[in-house]
Ligand binder design. Structure first.
Ligand code: HEM
Length: 447
């Protein structure tokens, strides 16, 4: 698509060849991934890194990568853009939350107590974290081959230091550490040509996920200069430790049979572990439905289940995407793209005691509005219940602090109080993932 077709900045046709592939394209399954964080000690070296990376980052228009089967995405923190020498005026045209950084927003995000930034894994949350590179491959061997080449490059660059690495993987079943199928629900984006997973969900305006296009409220986010923001987006990285043994113990202690445990787990999530949604099979699991991408996300809540007898209003998926459910506010404007990848070995089935091994999810939330999307969902929908009339109830899977959860039932509802915290934040950061032209612009900055 010629650039002039986008001249008013609000056209629906996306410049896919300028958008990093990791923004729009779902990852392959199965896959392994690695996150590498860099500190820039010398702006020139930082710009050189941008130039080199811009040659290997794949655009969303390109189904093949210059690194064979490995796909690379790159994102920068506010401190990283500063370290490259981005002018102040340009920095200030980026989102306010991004400029604060995730650690500064801890209180709003419920990152308190053991999830507080002072307890985060180093150097997460520190001003040393400048660039985050994500490499995704179908298997370990191909990933390591690509990384060997990358290592040679960045180790030879003085002024750049790799300061953190996290390996992750997605199993063929896309099972996350608690045992639920993940990676099911994805929004469709106008002009991307990439389908969403819910045929009943209207595609979203591109500006909800990419800067420079009209969003769901009609606004267009532009930066100064425009090239910096255009076709870029914000990515929220979060390393979330999961207490799998504690989750299993809780299910057992609050159930009368194995079947009852599975039902309680499904009520907390809104889906059975197979991925089958309670909305479509409320009484028993249906693994075939759970694994069928044409059916496993084809549902709404309001007409069929207004009171949450099937899918509780407080369950994880109904909170995080209430779809058409009657809630305070408009659900659509808070929709996010999610890419969750497990880290650490799975706790073997049946083990009820914590083995002390760190495991969980490396989360990446993609969206053009950190405040309206990730921060809103985390603070208002995950850690509060007012929006659907449940007072101070919280998400029973990922909520923080004192967690209560209400299970609508007939004749009387069941209320679970004092649910332990199953997910602890180990760290994270707000990043900006520039378009490919912006990466080259960053590479050519002058001091
Ligand atoms: C370790 C923590 C978490 C686990 C284990 C987890 C697990 C899951 C699973 C299994 C699903 C269903 C699969 C799917 O719809 O693709 C899901 C959906 C979702 N989660 Fe999480 N999640 C976690 C944290 C979060 C957080 C912190 C947020 C938001 C701040 C979030 C937002 C969402 C959203 C938006 C959906 C899609 C709901 C839908 O469209 O139906 N998740 N999560």
């Amino acid at each position: 698509m010629p650039l002039n077709a986008m001249s008013d900045g609000t056209d629906n046709v996306l410049e896919l060849d300028d958008i990093q592939s990791g923004v729009l394209r779902p990852r392959p399954t199965p896959y392994v991934a690695t996150y590498i964080a860099f500190r820039i000690d010398d702006p020139k070296a930082g710009r050189d890194l941008m130039a080199r990376v811009s040659r290997v980052v794949t655009s969303a228009a390109n189904p093949t990568s210059p690194l064979a089967d490995t796909w690379v995405s790159v994102a920068l923190t506010y401190q990283g853009l500063k370290a490259l020498g981005v002018p102040q005026e340009a920095l200030e045209s980026l989102s306010w939350e991004f400029r604060q950084g995730m650690a500064a927003r801890a209180h709003e995000l419920g990152d308190t107590g053991e999830s507080a930034p002072e307890n985060w894994e180093e150097p997460l949350g520190s001003s040393d974290l400048h660039v985050v590179l994500v490499a995704v491959s179908p298997d370990e061997e191909r990933l390591e081959r690509a990384l060997d080449r990358a290592r040679e490059t960045y180790r030879s660059m003085s002024g750049i230091k790799a300061i953190w690495r996290q390996n992750c993987h997605a199993l063929p079943t896309e099972t996350e550490p608690f045992g639920f199928r993940d990676g099911i629900s994805h929004p469709a984006i106008e002009g991307s040509g990439i389908p969403g997973s819910n045929p009943q969900e209207r595609p979203f305006k591109a500006g909800a996920f990419v800067l420079g296009y009209r969003d769901e409220l009609g606004g267009v986010q532009k930066t100064t200069p425009e090239i910096l923001g255009r076709n870029g987006t914000y990515v929220v990285f979060r390393k979330l430790h999961q207490r799998v043994a504690a989750f299993r113990q809780y299910l057992k202690a609050n159930s009368t049979s194995a079947a009852d445990e599975e039902l309680l787990a499904a009520k907390m999530m809104g889906r059975w572990r197979s991925g089958a949604p309670l909305a479509l099979c409320p009484f028993h699991d249906d693994p075939e439905l759970g694994g069928d991408p044409r059916r496993n996300n084809d549902f709404l809540f309001e007409a069929d289940d207004p009171t949450g007898l099937k899918t509780p209003g407080g369950s994880h998926i109904r909170r995080c995407n209430p779809r058409d459910a009657a809630i305070a506010g408009v659900a659509r404007i808070h929709r996010m793209i999610r890419r969750g990848t497990a880290y650490g070995p799975m706790l073997p089935e049946g083990v009820m005691v914590d083995d002390g091994v760190d495991r969980g999810l490396m989360f990446a939330f993609v969206g053009a509005h950190i405040g309206r999307q990730f921060e809103f969902v985390q603070s208002q929908w995950v850690n509060d219940g007012i929006f659907f009339g449940a007072g101070d109830d919280k998400d029973p899977i990922v909520g923080a602090g004192e967690i209560n959860f209400t299970l609508p039932r007939k004749p009387v509802r069941k209320r679970l109080q004092g649910i332990p915290r199953f997910v602890v934040t180990r760290g994270g950061e707000y990043c900006f993932m520039p378009g490919l032209r912006a990466l080259r612009w960053l590479a050519e900055l002058e001091s």
